[in-house]
Design a protein around this ligand. Sequence first.
Ligand code: ADQ
Length: 459
Amino acid sequence: MSRLIVVSNRVAPVDETKPTSGGLAVAVLAALKRSGGIWFGWSGDVSEVPGEVVHKVRSGRLTYATFDLSTRDHEEYYNGFANSTLWPLFHYRLDLANFSRRNYAGYRRVNAYFARKLVDLIEPDDLIWVHDYHLFPMAEELRRAGVANRIGFFLHTPLPPLELLLALPEHQELMRSFFAYDLVGFQTEADRRSLLDYAIQEAGGEMAGDTVFRALGRTASAEVHPIGVDTDNIERAAASAAAARYGARMRTSLGGRRLIVGVDRLDYSKGLPERFAAFGHLLGAYPANRNRVSLMQIATPTRAGVPEYEEIRRALETLAGHINGEFADFDWVPIRYLNKSFARRTLFGLLRTAQVGLITPLRDGMNLVAMEYVASQPPTDPGVLVLSRFAGAAHSVPGAVIVNPYDAEGVAEAIQLSLDMPREERVERWQAGMEALRRNDVSRWREIFVSRLAEAPFA
Ligand code: ADQ
């Protein structure tokens, strides 16, 4: 069997007891732990003299190969082009996208640097699987260095429609770097469509089969492979004694009141101000909920070097303050707003105690928390997932109550409906969701993607 090399910007901490609050790291770790292989990427450390060393650490069947970035690389590639240009653009926030040639040059430079380091580790039969928007040009760089292996790519975020992509000054170079892969995977059909529209309408390519396209002399397959979670493990962890202890503490603190929960990285794509506003509307329009229901929003700060993240943090604090100021009582706080990370078991214990999981991103590749909420529920008395139609998960988790996150009144209505939902309907919806999550778990996602990649080339 071929060896698998996974390449991603960040590699999860080798010490698994440390919390990982990024979807990619959580998913790739769960997928790789079973198959074994090499996980290659940035260590997460910035050093003035990044050095030429790749640190290798073995843990079970998995080898972590990591290296540091310089301050300048981190600024231009990571904070700059990846997170101030591509991230907002890919989440349909052209208004927040920052275009800078210097950052783009840094992005290309770091991709070339990743590729130079990786070349030495590659053996002829290895399958190489590159992840996410930080590393589009990797395949091109590797091909230039003579690597003929099969190379696949998976995009964890959405890919926006052609007209938005064209706003990127470097769209030609960047989008064409997709074509050097053998297989490109997306979360949803809409994302896949965006690539094919680009390949055909902008790059003069053509389809050569259901999924296979030809453009600029290269042939690749564009496919939808929605990511999943480690369903069985989450279910077990959420039902464990350790999780139950946190659940019990949570219930004591609620004093018989009901709980709505949201868990997200603190990011403007996650629709947090809109979510708070919808909860405020619930308390205003359905007064029976006052002193009866709390919203606990866990939002882990990320990307501290990008100014928009500071702004969203301030905006949320203000909004939570307003709503709490208006509705709180001496024995009840409507919004419990936490900026910390939790161990996974604790998190699942908390998700299990909530009657409603409120996951309302304005735009999201998939959203693993939506799936984790469902997998954490007690089977005989599950809570209800209220989910944005703009999360990829809306296409992967049946049984959720689907909402438009921009419509505060509609979201409030959906929360009320979920709080009032009879147990029988809750169980039915939960079973439908769980069946899908068990069928398409994260191992299955890896297996399908890797076996498709092994079938390349598709010419
Ligand atoms: P993210 O944008 O990071 O992922 P998400 O899919 O929700 O978003 O994953 C976040 C992960 O971090 C979840 O596993 C969650 O449990 C964990 N997490 C978040 N806050 C935490 C906290 N306070 N403590 C502990 N754990 C926390 C990107 C894309 C998504 C896509 C994933 C995977 O943006 O759309 O679903 O990759 O493809």
